[in-house]
Design a protein. Structure first.
Length: 186
């Protein structure tokens, strides 16, 4: 099985030794030890959904994947992309994957900002993603809700992020991988 992970710095595993893609690989190998799983990490720091659409062929479809993980939102939300532009790009990514391959699509929300003002900025993008999932019939790993559950259970938000309060620590990336794994296991 070949899985291509298309996304931004959260997909690339920015500033840590192991990001969510590496944790996911380990979880898949532990669960399915006899499987031949290849994960391609096509995360680029600073990228947005329109950028992901632009590089979809080269960075995902060219690998003939069985599954494409698509993770964008934070850069879109904080770098001037409108919710409508974000939505059009995510919908176009899904359509191209379906037209140009037989791969399944699994969308991911990004992390949960600690600051309530930042959550207000990101929330419409996550809502758009959930609407797309309902309309297009693809899967979604709700990483932000997985983080929220961990925080509600007593995990300090600060332990899930790096010094910049945006990018996950390895503990935060592990939670992202667990959210993906929960979707793949069900």
């Amino acid at each position: 099985m070949t899985i291509a992970a298309l996304g931004d710095s959260l997909t690339s595993g920015w500033m840590v030794a192991r990001g969510y893609v590496e944790f996911l690989r380990d979880m898949l190998m532990a669960r399915y030890p006899k499987s031949d799983v290849t994960l391609i990490n096509s995360g680029i720091p600073g990228d947005t959904a329109p950028g992901g659409l632009y590089r979809l062929q080269q960075d995902a479809l060219s690998y003939s994947p069985d599954l494409v993980l698509v993770q964008f939102a934070l850069n879109d939300a904080f770098c001037g992309c409108t919710v409508a532009e974000y939505r059009r790009a995510i919908e176009a990514i899904i359509e191209r994957i379906r037209q140009e391959s037989s791969a399944e699509v699994l969308l991911l929300t990004s992390t949960l900002p600690e600051d309530s003002e930042e959550q207000t900025v990101v929330a419409p993008f996550y809502t758009a993603l959930k609407d797309i999932v309902r309309e297009k019939g693809c899967g979604v790993a709700l990483a932000d809700e997985h983080w929220q559950a961990a925080i509600a259970a007593g995990t300090p938000h600060a332990s899930l992020v790096l010094y910049d309060r945006v990018h996950p620590s390895e503990a935060g990336y592990r939670l992202m991988a667990e959210a993906v794994m929960a979707c793949l296991s069900s």
